[in-house]
Structure formats: structure tokens, C-alpha cells
Design a protein around this ligand. Structure first.
Ligand code: ATP
Length: 252
């Protein structure tokens, strides 16, 4: 078995995944460099969520390999995989799944508390991220008292507060309005960049949201288009602003 390239923090080769015999991924190979922000795009059912699931250790591929930082995720036992996910990965889903009984800061602090951090440390980190995401004044409110866009920011704070090496975000802006979408994506990508966090996110088609309307710049470094569980040709990296938006829209 060939070792993964040294310069990729996350590397997958020949990934296949089937649901009850129906193929969702059909031989995906993909490398992600440290601190890179990659968007996996494609139409509904193209396998984006399944790919993210396999890369993040939520799903075990039917066939193929996933390596993270030199560790073969695909062959780890369940307990080691869960530990690695907890300690090194962050996850944001398309719906902000917050604990309704907890306040915003308690939700954001939860993963840190679960890894044994002291309450004071977890609270400080939670407040810091909520502030950074411009929702510090919502810290004491419960999810039901927040707007959807604020809840999604709490979910982003919760994913970033433990300082993951890789953040996986499955259509993180899907439930938001167009304006909130761009802002949430800008917030997420700039927070990740400033903290050296690698990001793999999925983006639906049509209307990938990676190009910042206000500046015309691409918020992601690279788009990986999928169709029917396979990669389609993609732009070389690093992409320029024009290439970034073209690569995303071409794959529609
Ligand atoms: N839990 C499941 N059980 C059975 N089939 C599934 C399941 N999840 C996904 N699939 C199927 O696998 C294929 C890929 O689905 P996947 O959700 O990964 O695609 P996607 O690109 O993320 O789609 P969407 O944008 O709709 O979320 C689809 O044909 C889908 O119907």
C-alpha cells in the first residue's frame, strides 16, 4: 500500500461507498493540503455528503483509503476513529443542531467540556468565538430565542472553539437566506484562515455561494465538482478569483 503524499493533511484514494448496494461514491481520489479550503460541489445526490462522511470518519468506505495526518482512518477501530474525530475534526451540518435547553455559550462550549476542558476555559473559548462571529450579545440566549442565522453561527462557534485541525461543513449555509449565506460563509472561511484550520465544505448546485459578492473574490481555494459519485475535471490550484467562480459554475 503506497503511503499518502506528505504534503496532504487529508488524503483519500479510490473511495467507494454504497447504500444497500446502490453506489454513492465510485472511486474518488482527493488530497487536501494543510490550511486549504476546499469546496465539494455537485447536484443533489451526487455524493457530496457521503464523501464528507467518509473523509471525516463518520462513514467507513466500502472500498478505498482515507488518511489523516498519516493515520489510516479507514482501518481504525470504532473507538479510535471516534476519538480522532472528537479531538481533531469539527463538524457543521446544514441544520444547526443545538441543544435547546442550553444557552448559546453553553452550546458552543459543549465539545470542549466533553473533552475534559475546565468550565472556565471552555466558557472563555465559547465567548471568544461567539464574539468573533458577531453574536457575543446572544451568548445567554437559548436557541429558540435566536434567528436561524444566529443559530448557525453558534454551530460554527461550537465547531471552531476546540481548535480542530480539519473542519467539515456539509452545506453549512443551506438553511439561510442569500445575504446571510454569504456572510456566514465569509465568517467561516475567514475564521478558519486566521486560525490555520483546513476546511472541506459541500456546496449545492445551482448557486454555489463561494464567490464573495462584495469583492468578487473566491472564498475557497479549490472546487471539487462531483457528478454521480465521481469527480469531474476541476481547476488547477491555486485558483484565481475568476477561475474559482468559473470552476464552481462550470460544474453545474
Ligand atoms: N442513508 C441513505 N440511504 C440510502 N441511500 C442514500 C442515503 N444517503 C444518501 N443516499 C443516496 O446516495 C446518493 C448520494 O447521496 P448524498 O446525500 O451523498 O449526495 P449529495 O450530493 O450530498 O446530495 P444532497 O445535495 O441532496 O444532500 C444519492 O443517490 C442518495 O439518494
Amino acid at each position: 500500500m503506497a503511503a499518502p503524499p506528505d504534503d496532504d493533511v487529508l488524503w483519500a484514494r479510490g473511495l467507494h461507498y454504497s447504500y444497500d448496494g446502490s453506489p454513492a461514491l465510485q472511486g474518488i481520489t482527493l488530497g487536501v493540503r494543510p490550511e486549504e479550503i476546499v469546496s465539494v460541489s455537485g447536484p443533489r445526490g451526487s455524493g457530496k455528503s457521503t464523501l464528507l462522511g467518509c473523509l471525516s470518519g463518520r462513514l467507513v468506505p466500502t472500498e478505498g483509503e482515507v488518511w489523516f495526518d498519516g493515520v489510516p482512518l479507514h482501518s481504525l477501530g470504532r473507538a479510535s476513529r471516534e476519538r480522532l474525530r472528537r479531538d481533531r475534526f469539527g463538524w457543521i451540518g446544514s441544520a444547526p443542531e443545538l441543544v435547546p435547553e442550553l444557552t448559546a455559550w453553553e452550546n458552543a462550549a459543549l465539545p470542549l467540556l466533553l473533552t475534559g476542558a475546565r468550565q472556565r476555559t471552555a466558557r472563555a473559548a465559547a465567548y471568544e468565538w461567539l464574539d468573533r462571529l458577531d453574536i457575543g450579545d446572544c451568548a445567554r440566549r437559548r436557541p429558540a430565542d435566536l434567528l436561524q442565522s444566529q443559530r448557525q453561527r453558534v454551530a460554527i462557534a461550537r465547531a471552531l472553539a476546540p481548535g480542530p485541525t480539519v473542519l467539515f461543513a456539509d452545506e453549512p449555509t443551506a438553511p439561510l437566506h442569500q445575504l446571510d449565506r454569504m456572510q456566514a460563509l465569509r465568517t467561516l472561511t475567514s475564521a478558519a484562515r486566521s486560525h490555520g484550520i483546513t476546511v472541506v465544505l459541500t456546496s449545492p448546485e445551482p448557486a454555489p455561494a463561494e464567490t464573495d459578492d462584495s469583492t468578487g473574490t473566491s472564498l475557497v481555494d479549490r472546487c471539487v465538482p462531483l457528478v454521480d459519485g465521481r469527480r469531474t475535471p476541476t481547476a488547477p490550484r491555486p485558483v484565481t478569483e475568476a477561475e474559482g467562480s468559473a470552476a464552481c459554475s462550470l460544474s453545474a
